[in-house]
Ligand binder design. Structure first.
Ligand code: NAG
Length: 230
């Protein structure tokens, strides 16, 4: 039996709206739903079955197919994709502010809480969660102390870690990662790592109990009982 992929090269195809409809081609393995399959030769292409209809699709510029990430139309950022033996064409189609039509980029400032997300060549500014800055190396937001040469974590978090804490204090209980409350904030606390502050946000539905400096169920923290984040 021929594989879905190899057979497709010799069939008559019709182009429509960027997708290529495969006629008289191999059947989609499934009659219903939407399934995407890797193309054996190109990392830029993939096969799509839509309720049993097979088309060959092209990832947008900057994106490749890995069957996992779905940034846009079944395709993922090229730097996240392992193409294996499939060839990838990574010729950029640039527009002002966007190297590729789809991508994530630093906003030009070092240690910035902002970054640029490009979609269809349009640069849209995004903001990291509080306490985090954009880290080009991971294409995402990160703790400022991990970008120490470029960042001043104390300025980002707005807190300076003491070099020591009273031994009987609550903060000392967490040494070498002493914790401190963020006054008036029911969702965040500060922890110090190697002398640098990190702003920690409690998980969903949890609030900071200042008595234990940990994230707890809101029922046990009267002060923050009405502060549940969705
Ligand atoms: C597939 O078929 C079902 C049932 O006919 C329909 O409800 C659905 O919208 C179709 N899906 C797509 C992506 O065309």
């Amino acid at each position: 039996m021929r594989s879905l992929a190899i057979a497709v090269l010799s069939f008559s195809i019709t182009s429509f709206a960027g997708a290529v409809l495969v006629q008289d081609g191999p059947a989609c393995p499934e009659e219903h739903g939407v399934q995407a399959y890797a193309h054996p030769e190109s990392c830029n292409l993939f096969f799509l079955c839509t309720n049993g209809t097979l088309t060959v699709e092209t990832c947008e510029n900057g994106l490749l197919f890995d069957g996992k990430g779905n940034v846009h139309h079944h395709c993922n950022y090229n730097w996240a994709v392992d193409c294996g033996h499939r060839k990838a064409d990574l010729t950029p189609i640039s527009t002002p502010g966007c190297e590729y039509q789809f991508g994530l980029y630093p906003d030009g400032q070092e240690c910035s809480v902002h970054y640029i997300k490009c979609a269809y060549g349009e640069p849209i500014p995004h903001q990291c969660d509080p306490g985090l800055v954009y880290d080009e190396r991971i294409h995402g937001c990160n703790w400022p102390d991990l970008l120490a040469e470029k960042c001043n974590p104390e300025a980002v978090v707005g807190f300076k870690c003491p070099t020591k804490v009273p031994s009987n204090s609550l903060a000392a209980k967490f040494w070498p990662y002493p914790r401190f409350p963020v006054p008036g904030d029911c969702h965040r606390l500060i922890t110090c790592v190697n002398g640098y502050p990190r702003l920690i946000t409690c998980g969903e539905g949890k609030v900071v109990d200042e008595r234990s400096l940990s994230c707890e169920e809101p029922e046990t923290v009267p002060r923050c009982a009405n502060h549940v984040r969705k």
